[in-house]
Design a protein around this ligand. Structure first.
Ligand code: PMP
Length: 364
């Protein structure tokens, strides 16, 4: 006899914490001036594009990639000035590395700690792997609240701490001395996430050897390779050799390996683009600061956080004018009426400022 089969639905099969998640939202952007995702707005010089085309044409895409990505890792170590004795682990974007780190430490009851507001994937990935997440509020001006951090570390004993340096979405660099105290107080790993390193004035890479529980994570997404999906984690081989066990063997494909290694041979081209983005950031900051009703926050990244009256209406008004930025209103309470705009090309930035002014005038 067959018993009646119970209908399998997502609701009765999946973990309740997965059902409760909201998917990371990526809005459609076709035809828009795209200033929502911290991409590098510049394309590559034609000669370099031709070189890449030839490389791709000759690539052995019928074969699995080099699982150890020897050549790419060597290029990364070189352009990063990795201190001797330090190793790297590659990820399919740094998102994947956050997930891998969380998986590695997710013993029952383990805690992932970060600050709020910060990069939302820290919290989301903690949920993915069943870790407890603790977000310590930043101060009013978005700096680290060191006493609160030290208290939380003592109380929660986090296995993993993430600090984005510079922070997303606030754009500021935290106080380096405060971070050092956090690293020393933490009973687990502290990962300094330098996604925006190319636009910032400081890095923790030179400090890697000083702290046995420090790892530094970077991505090439903001430097012109968002479409390749490539991030890396730098640290001692004692940690990385263990973490390597959790890395899926072919997580970085043949084409990303090949193209990224070629681009890193031309690191100067990318750094020059980052340099113009920094100059544009200064100009954009100044242009925004003189608009009535706009509060601008200083940034060491390739985006700027601003607070306006009626952020959601302004976001919609910009969208109607074909400019896509990020609306942070309705997310974290500290980001009420906040918007985040990625620094674009000079033309894009001018169009954005004009569209913003126009929208504000219309709403007044
Ligand atoms: N860390 C921070 C702080 C970020 O802002 C981002 C991207 N928004 C990432 C990591 C992930 O970048 P990717 O997966 O493209 O490497």
């Amino acid at each position: 006899m067959h018993s009646a089969r119970i209908v399998v639905t997502p609701e009765n099969l999946l973990r309740p914490d997965v059902l409760a998640l909201h998917a990371y939202h990526v809005p459609p952007a076709s035809g828009m001036i795209k200033l929502d995702a911290m991409e590098n707005p510049y394309i590559l010089p034609q000669a370099l594009r031709d070189e890449i085309a030839r490389l791709v044409a000759g690539a052995a895409i019928n074969r699995y990639p080099d699982a150890a990505a020897h050549q790419l890792k060597a290029s990364i170590s070189k352009v990063t000035n990795l201190p001797s004795g330090m190793d790297i682990l590659l990820g399919n974007g740094s998102d994947e590395i956050i997930q891998l780190l969380a998986m590695a430490v997710a013993k029952p009851g383990a805690t992932l700690l970060s600050v709020e507001p910060s990069f939302v994937m820290y919290r989301m990935i903690a949920t993915f792997v069943g870790m407890k997440y603790v977000g310590v509020p930043l101060t009013q001006d978005f700096s680290l609240d060191l006493p609160a951090m030290l208290d939380a570390i003592k109380r929660e004993q986090p296995a993993l701490v993430f600090l984005a340096y510079p922070n997303n979405p606030t754009g500021n660099l935290f106080d380096a001395e405060a971070i050092k105290q956090i690293i020393q107080a933490a009973p687990g790993l502290v990962v300094v996430d330098e996604a925006y390193y190319a636009f910032a004035s400081d890095s923790f890479i030179p400090h890697l050897a000083h702290y046995e529980n420090l790892l530094v994570m970077r991505t090439f997404s903001k430097l012109g390779m968002a479409g390749l999906r490539l991030g890396f984690l730098a640290g001692s081989s004692a940690w990385l050799a263990q973490l390597e066990k959790l890395r899926l063997p072919y997580n970085v494909g043949v084409l990303p390996q090949l193209v990224a290694a070629k681009l890193l041979e031309h690191h100067d081209v990318l750094l020059a683009q980052a340099q113009s983005i920094k100059q544009e950031r200064t100009k954009l900051f100044a242009a925004l600061a003189i608009i009535n009703g706009v509060q601008v926050y200083p940034s060491e990244a390739n985006f700027i956080l601003l607070r306006v009256a009626k952020a959601t209406q302004i976001f919609e008004g910009l969208k109607q004018r074909s400019v896509l930025i990020k609306n942070l209103n309705g997310g974290h309470p500290a980001l009420v009426d906040c918007l985040r705009v990625t620094v674009g090309t000079p033309e894009e930035n001018i169009k954005f400022v004009a569209a913003l002014q126009d929208t504000i005038n219309q709403l007044a």
